[in-house]
Design a protein around this ligand. Structure first.
Ligand code: RM4
Ligand code: MN
Ligand code: MN
Length: 424
């Protein structure tokens, strides 16, 4: 299905008087509102192909209606998201959950929706049907060279698919680890992982990157071989300039200062980008901004500061991606909410009074520093986000437009009530 632009315009028109009032109010208040709008307008967040269906837990999965049954339908769903928010112009594939059999056709289809393909993700955390060797005890870190080789070959195959899709990054997340003390020699496991990644690194085309994602626990509960940003950074440093660290917000133990990690990785030019989500306890994969929007703002504050310090382009120089699982919400609504939350945090970070903050920091004026940050955080920037979307031809209020256009109902009538998408 395709969203008709005139219908979005019509809904915008109904909201127009209220929006104009709110927008003019904030535009007058904020320094350089036009500059903020330009940056917001250029900002896009990739949608993961594995999050377009309803996810589940190990206790069950309650599928929703009208879930995409194929990659084509997943592309169509991302097309819907992008038509509404004009900020989701790419899709990130997880292989083999989604195999682009006919890449040329997929590229054309994506382009018809104004989309392209973002980073490709490999999967060596599950055994596939007909797979020769098992990943039960890990993949790139495995004690058996033959298993490592199989996992390396899979990653190289994923790069090949990615090349056909004009992607330029391979994202690697390993579940490799151990469940019990004594199970693993940490040093050997790390060394095996490094050597395996080196082989994958060698297979990267010139303009490609490899992003090394870390996670402290799950599915292994005693140790994870790439368990934190230090281990990922170490691997990325040893691998070389094409390798960097991917930060998934849910992959930290409670209380971790993620914004500080982000700041240091950026300083070292080793931050690949993000898997955005939110969490209360662990890798909960909840809607971005639903639990801790202040943390998201603080992360964006470091991103804007750190990227500006290096003269980086906010929109293109890091990988921006959602990685979430929607167990009880309509996935499309959840993704729309997530992208809005990211843009809100970004806009708030853009309006931080940086000169005043630097002065407060230099004077050790802690009270003032807090006031400055919270002044930005407590500003309702939603009219700026809405205006940026409007100027790009998107909706002033994507979630409500999605509902008012009865998109899910149409998807159900096209695809049926009982459909199950591949993915988490
Ligand atoms: C992992 C990790 C990876 C994602 C898988 C599905 O926890 O976040 O990025 O690909 O889940
Ligand atoms: Mn992730
Ligand atoms: Mn995760």
């Amino acid at each position: 299905m395709q969203i008709e632009k005139h219908k979005v315009d019509e809904l915008n028109h109904q909201l127009s008087a209220k929006h104009t009032r709110q927008f003019e109010h904030i535009a007058a208040d904020v320094d350089n509102a036009e500059g903020v709008l330009t940056k917001l307008g250029a900002f896009n967040v990739a949608i993961p192909s594995w999050a377009l269906g309803t996810g589940g837990t190990r206790f069950g999965r309650f599928s929703g209606g009208g879930e995409p049954r194929s990659l084509e339908e997943k592309i169509a769903d991302v097309g819907v998201i992008h038509a509404l928010n004009k900020s989701s112009n790419s899709i990130s594939l997880h292989i083999p959950w989604d195999i682009p059999e006919n890449a040329a056709m997929m590229n054309t289809l994506a382009a018809q929706h104004g989309l392209h393909f973002d980073a490709v993700n490999s999967n060596t955390f599950q055994d596939q049907k007909d797979q020769k060797l098992s990943y039960k005890f890990g993949s790139l870190h495995h004690t058996d060279k033959a298993v490592r080789k199989q996992a390396i070959e899979h990653n190289i195959e994923v790069i090949k698919y990615g090349v056909q899709l004009n992607s330029n990054a391979l994202s690697v997340w390993l579940s490799d680890g151990s469940n019990f003390p004594g199970q693993l020699n940490f040093r050997k496991a790390f060394q095996n992982t490094l050597e395996s990644l080196q082989e994958i690194y060698e297979a990267l085309p010139d303009d490609w990157k490899v992003w090394v994602e870390y996670k402290p626990y799950e599915p292994n509960f005693y140790s994870t071989t790439i368990g934190d940003w230090g281990q990922s950074y170490l691997l990325a440093s040893k691998l070389g300039p094409k390798a960097s660290t991917l930060v998934d917000l849910g992959h930290h133990l409670q209380g971790t200062n993620i914004e500080q990690i982000v700041s240091i990785l950026l300083m070292e030019n080793k931050l690949a980008g993000f898997h955005f989500n939110d969490s209360k306890y662990g890798d909960d994969d909840l809607t971005v901004g639903s639990i801790n929007p202040y943390q998201l703002f603080l992360i964006f504050n470091e991103l804007v500061e750190g990227m500006d310090a290096r003269g980086m382009n906010h929109a293109t120089d890091l990988g921006w991606m959602i990685d979430a699982s929607h167990n009880v919400k309509d996935p499309v609504e959840d993704l729309l909410q997530s992208v809005q939350a990211i843009k809100i945090a970004y806009a708030q970070a853009l309006i931080v009074d940086k000169t005043a903050l630097i002065a407060a920091q230099n004077n050790n004026d802690i009270t003032l520093a807090q006031e400055i940050l919270q002044q930005a955080y407590r500003t309702d920037v939603r009219p700026l986000v809405a205006e940026a979307s409007l100027r790009n031809g998107g909706s002033l209020d994507p979630v409500s437009a999605y509902r008012r256009l009865s998109v899910r109902e149409q998807l159900i009538s096209e695809r049926g009530l009982k459909t199950v998408a591949t993915g988490l």
